[in-house]
Design a protein around this ligand. Structure first.
Ligand SMILES: *[C@@H]1O[C@H](CO)[C@@H](O)[C@H](O)[C@H]1NC(C)=O
Ligand SMILES: *[C@@H]1O[C@H](CO)[C@@H](O)[C@H](O)[C@H]1NC(C)=O
Length: 701
């Protein structure tokens, strides 16, 4: 024993030291914020979520969803609603429907014939060639009035004010003509048609120039872009309230309804059809500024000598639309809601638009279900939303937001939208700025779908060198619009690819996706990763992952840009002061967040303090809403982000001020300045309201 005593003593010593070292390491890990048990668990679930990817499953969802065309309000559309519901149910989610009876619009008949100068009369092909069109709706503009027109053809370029000025400068009279417009420059279809009507044009033909991919596959050139020409969003019969069956509805002839539709009829046509007309025109040469990207065969603007005989007949009718929801109830804060939404209705087969997003949403449901089986209990409630009738004007989501406005306003944390998940290469994201940091963090966790051993974030950042990596949400081009612009819910919109040649055409099919859009389905996997992780953070982080300092920085940048725009002639002092207040509140909130994040789950008494802080973080965005909304667009209540009436401008902020600067040119200078100053004060007050909400205190003094 004695002989053994020495070595065993040493052994004991080593053992004791090792135990102490291991113990202190574990202890220090545990007391480190990222290593507390809740954070460790969250990390485990997030990694598991990413590891559950399966391109076969996403592809199978997409294949099933796109078997038939499924325009909103048709029997095939109900089949997709039932399919989505069945998938949510199969994954064990609580499911529900939210149906509305709304005014949709369908075509009955269309024809356009051209009489060329040599007197040949040709009936122009309006349908798309070479495809089985079983149940595919003919190309049309939803909510276009029915009507006929006979007049000279004239080229209107993009249909902007400046295009009409250029025509007029060349002595071109467009009154009574049938105008031909190419799509572009950010104008909505409604704006294009109403501008034309204002100049006396009798009817409009719209065409879309082929994207870069159309050169790869010429057969897409025959594609025709369908779309809505309704102004604003939501059911036209129930402006501001939900279109529930049996509820109040305006009469379809009510001016409040009809003012949302253009006053002259329009139709979409294929690029080749438009070119055959345009290349036959005489009259002045195409203005120099129009020639960028313009087909070389188009040399003169008309009017005539080619005559067009235009005829469109459509019908508007009440149709039932179906939103479908899958719900995962929160375990600790079930009354705080994180929403993920995508629309399901399509003009045709909708493989890109929108069912790449629907397939992704279903894959998130599948992966979340697996997390639940691993024991995951989200802290807050997650709602997966599948919207109907988005293509007609965000109708399904808008009606639901209108019906749930109070609960959404007081309980929703964020709305995460995906419309076309994949339309081509390259990641794009739009967000309200308090979510910028989270977006960046999440994209650092997801693999790039097109390059091995590269993370999505790196590729995204290098592709966007020198320009803002994260875009903003001023457009009204998808279902985030009612959430952000009407209800003031912080929002994100994600997609792969900037545009695609088969947009709203019959060629937007599963075949196109597997040949061109995403043959390996890896881009779908990347979107699922980013979308699903964003929601996991928003649902599980004890302190909401919002940072309002980036909002403050953005506001400051907007103020500087606005000052340049106004050439310093109007004081921005009210906005300046409000931004200072907002920045101070954002700084204080960030300090509070840091403190409470570091105390994560250590002290039970912090639960209420976290809840109070989260309310400030959650509600600040609502401060930017103004109950009167934007002038002429009262359903857009957000004064920082929203569409503006100045159709030529690309400014993406302060829509009310931008409108006042451009639309008030008809006023005398004094009135004009007063209108601008009023809008400046409105924005300043909105920023102050947001600052107040962020501080979480009543005003003093
Ligand atoms: C909504 O419509 C679907 C499909 O027709 C139907 O099965 C469901 O019962 C409806 N739900 C409600 C709440 O009306
Ligand atoms: C072009 O697209 C059509 C329709 O998807 C397809 O059938 C055809 O094979 C494509 N052609 C080429 C050259 O890829």
């Amino acid at each position: 024993m004695a002989i053994l005593a020495k070595p065993s003593c040493t052994l004991l010593f080593i053992l004791t030291v090792s135990v102490i070292v291991v113990y202190t390491t574990i202890r220090s890990r545990l007391s480190h914020p990222t290593a507390n048990p809740a954070a460790v668990k969250n990390l485990y679930y997030r990694n598991a979520f990413l590891s559950f990817s399966s391109e076969y499953t996403v592809a199978a969802y997409l294949h099933h969803l796109t078997l038939q065309p499924h325009l909103a309000g048709t029997p095939a559309a109900i089949n997709t609603a039932l399919y989505v519901k069945a998938q949510f149910e199969a994954h064990g989610l609580e499911t529900r429907f939210s149906n509305y009876s709304t005014l949709l619009s369908y075509p009955k008949h269309s024809s356009v014939s051209a009489q060329f100068s040599n007197d040949t009369i040709i009936s122009l092909p309006l349908a798309e060639p070479n495809v089985p069109q079983n149940g595919v709706v003919m190309p049309y503009h939803a909510y276009s009035p029915s009507g006929t027109a006979y007049g000279k053809a004239v080229f209107l370029n993009y249909g902007r004010e400046q295009d009409y000025r250029a025509l007029s400068a060349n002595g071109v009279e467009v009154r009574g003509c049938v105008g031909i417009v190419r799509r572009g420059c950010g104008l909505s279809r409604y704006e294009v048609v109403e501008n034309a009507a204002a100049y006396g044009v009798a009817a409009v033909l719209m065409y879309t120039e082929g994207g870069p991919l159309s050169d790869i596959n010429n057969s897409f050139r025959g594609g025709v872009e369908r779309g809505t020409v309704m102004k604003g969003f939501g059911d036209p019969l129930t402006p501001g309230w939900a279109g529930i069956s049996g509820g109040e509805k305006l009469d379809p002839s009510d001016p409040r309804v009809t003012q949302r539709f253009p006053s002259i009829p329009s139709l979409p046509v294929a690029e080749a059809v438009a070119e055959s007309i345009l290349s036959s025109l005489e009259g002045p040469i195409v203005p120099y500024e129009w020639r960028d990207n313009l087909n070389g065969r188009i040399r003169r603007v008309g009017p005539g000598p080619t005559m067009l005989n235009f005829d469109y007949e459509g019908e508007q009718k009440l149709a039932t639309i179906h939103n479908v929801f899958g719900v995962i109830r929160g375990s600790e804060e079930p009354d705080r809601i994180v929403l993920l939404g995508n629309h399901r209705d399509a003009w045709t087969y909708g493989a890109v638009d929108p069912n790449s997003g629907t397939a992704t949403l279903l894959d998130i449901a599948r992966r979340y279900a697996r997390l639940l089986r691993l024991g995951w209990k989200p802290r807050r409630t997650i709602v997966l939303c599948s919207w109907d009738a988005e293509e007609f004007g965000m109708i399904g989501s808008t009606e639901w937001v209108e019906q749930n406005l109070v609960n959404l306003g007081s309980k929703s944390v964020a709305y995460l939208n995906v419309d076309c998940a994949v339309q081509g290469p390259g990641f794009f994201a739009r967000a309200t700025p308090q979510l910028d940091d989270l977006l960046v963090e999440v994209t650092k966790k997801v693999k790039d779908p097109d390059l091995n051993n590269v993370i999505l974030y790196e590729r995204w950042r290098s592709a966007k060198k020198g320009i803002n990596q994260i875009q903003r949400l001023s457009g009204i081009d998808s279902d985030f619009a009612p959430f952000l612009q009407n209800a003031g819910v912080p929002s994100i919109d994600l997609y792969y690819g900037s545009d695609f040649p088969v947009y709203h055409t019959v060629y937007d099919s599963y075949n196109w996706m597997t040949n061109f859009g995403d043959p390996s389905f890896q881009r779908h996997i990347a979107v699922t990763g980013v979308w699903g992780l964003l929601a996991l953070h928003l649902a599980d982080d004890p302190v909401l992952p919002f940072n309002y300092l980036s909002y403050a920085a953005e506001l400051l940048e907007y103020k500087t840009l606005l000052n340049n725009l106004l050439e310093g002639r109007i004081s921005l002092h009210p906005i300046d002061a409000a931004i200072k207040e907002f920045t101070a509140a954002a700084n204080k909130t960030e300090e509070d967040s840091k403190e409470l994040r570091e105390n994560e789950n250590v002290d039970e008494s912090l639960v209420l303090r976290k809840r109070m802080l989260n309310d400030r973080l959650m509600l600040a965005e609502r401060g930017f809403l103004d109950s009167d909304g934007l002038q002429g667009r009262p359903w857009c209540k957000h004064l920082i982000y929203g569409p503006h009436g100045d159709t030529g401008s690309k400014v993406e902020f302060f829509p009310g001020i931008i409108d006042a600067t451009s639309q008030s040119t008809r006023l005398d200078e004094e009135e004009r300045q007063a209108a601008i100053r009023h809008e400046i004060w409105r924005v300043a007050r909105a920023i102050q309201r947001a600052a107040c909400a962020l501080k979480g205190e009543l005003t003093r003094g």
